[in-house]
Design a protein around this ligand. Structure first.
Ligand code: FAD
Length: 286
């Protein structure tokens, strides 16, 4: 799941299947599986669990009771980039929401109605959402620039290797940190690299020396559901309601423009008060 269009398609598919459950009024099971226990997978699984427990149960409790949410993670814990304590808290928060979490479970194949996993029985799944691993825009490979893995190979200055007047930033940039690891595909990396390259271009135009990029990790946040999130900044950790409000405010703060901020705040307040009843709309296109 990458684009708004894909997100709307997933919602439309889930709502259509829910309407079928309401119409047939039998015990047909409907399983939604999210593959990948990183921040995106955790957020998706939590959002589905809340959709089922809230608006769908209010609409048709018997039909909603047949919906199961499964979260599959290949590693031994959720949110592997966070501390083990926050991983454990995330797991318990999701389980309280009714999510069935399968750790140490590697997906081998996804079919129309099931997921084949290594060393265990296949998991029936009518809707499967892949949230295991982010991929940059395909433009990286279309431009015929040097690639490293699926990202564009860059110098420490963020100039593309052998192309000093082309720069690669954000998800498509193959910049590696001091430990030789790619930076995570997250917004703060893209923001910092964008500002950095703007200064580099000025330096280049003024015949000044170029600098090496250094990422400043300001911490990580992941939201699980209403009043549930985890925040980690260095050794500082926060969970629950406070972490959730911190997540909301930080995302508002980084939105561009006052109008966007006010509009988003109004939308969120409305959703908070009404439990997001608009979730039930089926929209196939935007
Ligand atoms: C579901 C999901 C949830 C995420 N949640 C978080 C989060 O909570 N926090 C976080 O920090 N990060 C999150 N991320 C990651 C974050 O969105 C990315 O790391 C960030 O957007 C990268 O910025 P970017 O500018 O490199 O790429 P993008 O934001 O992908 O922007 C690339 C742009 O280039 C355009 N483009 C592509 N090809 C062409 C072309 N040929 N010509 C012209 N334009 C083109 C695209 O349309 C797009 O608008 C999430 C990602 C996903 C998919």
């Amino acid at each position: 799941m990458k684009s708004v269009h894909e997100a709307l398609s997933i919602r439309a598919e889930v709502m259509r299947r829910f309407e079928d459950l309401c119409r047939f009024q039998d015990d047909t099971p409907f399983t939604i599986t999210v593959v990948g226990g990183g921040p995106t997978g955790v957020e998706m699984a939590g959002a589905f669990a809340e959709l089922v427990r809230g608006p769908l149960t209010n609409d048709q409790a018997e039909a909603a009771a047949n919906i199961k949410i499964v979260l599959i993670e290949a590693g031994p814990r959720l949110l592997p980039s966070f501390s083990p304590k926050l991983s454990a808290r995330t797991k318990s928060d999701l389980e309280k929401l009714g999510v069935d979490i399968k750790l140490n479970t590697a997906v081998e194949e996804v079919t129309n109605s099931a997921i084949k996993v290594s060393g265990a029985a296949e998991i029936p799944s009518q809707v499967t959402i892949w949230a295991a691993g982010v991929k940059g825009e395909p433009a990286a490979s279309q431009l015929n620039l040097p690639l490293i893995s699926s990202r564009i190979d860059v110098e420490n200055s963020l100039q593309v290797k052998n192309y000093p007047h082309i720069w690669a930033i954000g998800d498509i940039s193959g910049y590696k940190d001091a430990n030789g690891k790619f930076l995570p595909m997250v917004a703060p990396v893209a923001l910092q690299q964008g500002k950095f390259v703007a200064k580099q271009i000025i330096n280049l135009a003024q015949n000044k020396a170029l600098k090496s990029f250094k990422y400043r990790d300001k911490g990580s946040m992941a939201t699980i559901g209403r009043h549930k999130a985890v925040v980690e900044v260095g050794k500082f950790r926060m969970t629950g309601v406070l972490a959730w409000y911190a997540w909301l405010w930080l995302h508002l703060f980084y939105l561009l423009g006052g109008r966007n901020k006010i509009g988003t705040m109004a939308d969120w307040t409305w959703n908070y008060l009404t439990f997001d009843r608009g979730n039930r709309h089926i929209m196939d296109s935007i």
